[in-house]
Design a binder for this molecule. Structure first.
Ligand code: HEM
Length: 498
């Protein structure tokens, strides 16, 4: 039935599509458009995009250049794949490229009109929410308040592995659960995975499913004039799942409101801070729910996947593993428990984290930006107003023009440039968190938590590959799902040393 409807609409749409396709090109301004693969009628370049998206875009950019145009159905995308083009985009046109190409599924329950991730940067609500996050959540002072909570959750994770000493464990699975609990505890003092209310247990599955739904190819995004019909039903599905998750978050908030009014406790987590802002009218109740949702979705698997990549590369490179463990042993040998500032004091460990993010960025093409003005030019090519702009961070961070031996894991490359190359995307050859005004606001949390988890796992255990798999045979190939994950999930055996 769904297929018949599809065909009917496809046929009805053909003539209109031809007309609109030509019109889009005619309207795209006077500048020279970037080169790109020849598009097919209607489908555009969709058939060119098979395989892992960041790899495919990198291959195409080698042929068509670092500023490349693609037709995705009726929509146009410009792909930026070199440091110099990224520098030009972020320094000369940041504001005009800081809107989002919004997937139709996020229009469910008008979610995209409330979410930091999807609002255009020109929207006053986006500015308010980003301001609140920067000042009240991820400022050094606010992060210091909940440091104890984060450290306790990392200890729980170490205990989990201790309980499985000598056994094969799925590293991402365990770290993901640990980080979800870390984020949920920092925000609202609730464990969402093992303990906690029955309703909260489903949170992880729903979050995973929602991210998948939002990232799936959707005919409504490729042919916007069909949007109203929601032919594949993604918007309806997303509405159902978002509704469920908002109810879970609302329960948590209601519960806290009831507790606060009875106990008048001091501020202890981010939810208290946000409730305080709500009581003074700075944000509304629906903003509160959306902020919680945004940080759960954006903050948990990004950290877990990064830790998995770092562990994977260390297990594959015993020399580097030995070097980083020696640094930890020499500096912190006498300590039983590692704290966040301990991890921050280890330059080689920090270089390992950066190198893992360079080689395997979790968000290899970041999130889709959108051009909001006419007259944008990058590398002499026009970027038409309204088009999607994709930054291929993966291609930029493996570009042989800027990186020596770009496909190898060499943390030493960051040692000499530690101060200069940080996570803020000012050096445009290293942009795992993006750059400019849409730069990831979670950096202050990620740069504390990722090295801390890694240092704690390396300090407490010696790690082996299962069944005597030789290090060089460990498969570190990538798969692009909703993020850039290890195609073969990392299995490793923790051996207790302290
Ligand atoms: C290793 C960990 C992380 C990585 C690699 C990462 C990476 C990114 C990237 C690439 C973007 C998109 C930038 C762009 O489109 O220009 C982004 C956006 C975002 N990240 Fe992160 N992130 C991480 C952790 C976190 C954490 C811990 C949080 C919050 C708890 C967070 C919250 C967000 C939000 C809310 C956005 C959307 C910002 C906006 O559109 O204005 N991220 N992140």
């Amino acid at each position: 039935m769904e297929l018949e409807l599809w065909l009917l609409w496809a046929l009805l749409a053909v003539s209109l599509l031809y007309y609109l396709t030509n019109t889009t090109l005619r309207l795209s301004g006077t500048g020279r458009l970037p080169p790109g693969p020849r598009p097919l009628p209607i489908l555009g370049n969709l058939l060119d995009l098979r395989g892992d998206l960041h790899h495919t875009l990198t291959r195409l950019a080698r042929v068509h250049g670092p500023i490349m145009r693609l037709k995705l159905g009726l929509t146009t995308a410009v792909v930026v794949s070199s440091r110099d083009a990224a520098r030009e985009a972020f320094t000369r046109h940041d504001r005009r490229l800081a809107a989002r190409a919004v997937p139709d599924a996020t229009r469910a329950l008008r979610f995209c009109e409330r979410s930091i991730i999807w609002l255009p940067s020109s929207d006053p609500l986006w500015k308010t929410l980003r301001g609140i996050i920067a000042t009240h959540i991820f400022s050094p002072r606010s992060l210091a308040v909940v440091r104890g909570i984060r450290e306790r959750k990392v200890r729980d994770l170490v205990d989990y592995f201790r309980g499985r000493a000598g056994q094969e464990v799925d590293v991402r699975h365990a770290v993901f659960s640990g980080v979800l609990n870390l984020v949920s505890n920092a925000f609202c003092s609730v464990d969402v995975v093992d303990v906690g209310a029955e309703s909260a247990k489903g949170l992880r599955e729903i979050v995973e499913y929602l991210i998948e739904l939002i990232s799936k190819p959707n005919v409504s995004d490729l042919f916007p004039f069909l949007r109203l019909l929601d032919l594949q039903g993604w918007r309806r599905w997303t509405a159902g799942h978002l509704g469920k998750i908002f109810r879970i978050l609302d329960d948590i908030i209601d519960h806290r409101l009831a507790e606060t009014s009875s106990s008048k406790d001091k501020q202890s987590d981010f939810l208290d801070v946000l409730l305080e802002l709500m009581s003074t009218g700075k944000i509304g109740r629906d903003n509160l729910t959306t902020i919680l949702f945004d940080v759960f979705t954006a903050g948990s698997d990004t950290i877990a996947i990064t830790v998995e990549w770092a562990m994977g590369e260390l297990l594959r490179n015993p020399r580097i593993m030995a070097k980083v463990r020696a640094e930890i042993g020499d500096t912190l040998g006498g300590k039983e428990i590692i704290e966040e500032p301990d991890a921050a004091s280890l330059p080689y460990l920090q270089a390992v984290v950066k190198e893992a993010m360079r080689l395997h960025p979790v968000g290899p093409i970041m999130l889709p930006h959108k051009a909001v003005d006419d007259g944008i030019e990058i590398g002499g090519y026009a970027v038409p107003k309204g088009c999607t702009v994709i930054f291929n961070a993966w291609a930029i961070m493996r570009d042989p023009v800027t990186w020596e031996r770009p496909d190898e894991f060499v943390p030493e490359r960051f040692l000499d440039r530690a101060a200069e190359v940080d996570f803020r995307g000012k050096e445009f050859e290293f942009i795992p968190f993006g750059s400019g005004r849409r730069l990831c606001p979670g950096i202050p949390m990620a740069e504390r938590v990722v090295p801390h988890i890694l240092a704690s796992l390396l300090h407490a255990f010696e790690w082996r590959l299962p069944d005597g798999v030789p290090a060089e045979q460990l498969d570190v190939s990538e798969k692009f799902t909703t993020a850039n994950v290890m195609a073969v999930p990392l299995k490793a055996v923790p051996i207790v040393i302290i």
